[in-house]
Design a protein around this ligand. Structure first.
Ligand code: FE2
Length: 230
């Protein structure tokens, strides 16, 4: 798309000398929704996966008195048949998002690279350092429990902005100089975003904090054979 294209995000104003245009290029898409009705079912289905993660932790060091700072990660849950309704929805939504964001997927298959459920420790200190998910295209979260223990923080994905950052007039406003944004998720909240979007979880205060995290990749059909996946 060039600067005269129809879909460029821009605003035109009339001025005394003609016209001026304010544009935003290379913005980062972000999708949020809430599906409260799935929260109980997903909590129940994910419980055995988290029990397994807790058992592994206990076996590794039974003498530990506290799990402060530890995060319980399950094994991959993307093929759990009891989660089929959920994984199908996630894949379809990610596919629609990629298409809506402008990607031509006619020669690609969209599939899970990974999906797991995780729980921050009741004793607090759970966190994720800033990261991206390499070789993936859509990442996402579905929140199952949250006692206001933590929240995801997203960082500007443009490397150049860190080199030229200026003080913000008001950090509560979203501007071209915004450095981070955050969401305060409640159970049932779901977010999806490009996997290049750097994110972290701030250090948790303790209490319940549980969510499903996934990464989705679009693979060229010539590598896997047309007709596989959705
Ligand atoms: Fe992540």
């Amino acid at each position: 798309m060039d600067q005269n294209g129809d879909n460029v995000m821009s605003e035109k104003n009339k001025t005394a000398h003609g016209e001026e245009t304010y544009s935003n290029y290379f913005s980062t898409p972000f999708y949020a929704t809430t599906i409260d009705s799935w929260t109980d079912k997903l909590n129940k289905t994910c419980q055995p996966w988290l029990d397994d993660a807790h058992n592994t932790y206990k076996k590794e060091a039974p003498e530990r008195k506290s799990d402060f700072g530890f995060v319980y990660h399950s094994r991959d849950i993307s093929t759990d048949p009891y989660l089929h309704f959920f994984t199908t929805w996630v894949l379809n939504t990610a596919t629609n998002l990629l298409s809506g964001w402008g990607a031509d997927l006619s020669n690609y298959t969209v599939m899970f690279e990974s999906m797991w459920v995780q729980e921050f420790p009741k004793d607090g200190g759970g966190h994720h350092r800033i990261h991206i998910h390499e070789n993936c295209h859509v990442s996402g979260f579905f929140f199952l429990q949250n006692d206001n223990a933590s929240y995801p923080l997203f960082h500007d994905p443009r490397p150049g902005t860190a080199m030229t950052a200026l003080p913000e007039k008001n950090e509560n406003n979203l501007t071209s100089f915004t450095k981070t944004i955050n969401y305060q998720p409640k159970p049932g909240a779901c977010y999806m975003f490009p996997s290049y979007f750097p994110h972290e979880y701030v250090v948790s205060k303790g209490g319940n904090f549980r969510f499903i995290h996934w990464n989705i990749t679009a693979v060229q059909n010539k590598h896997i054979g047309a007709g596989f996946g959705i």
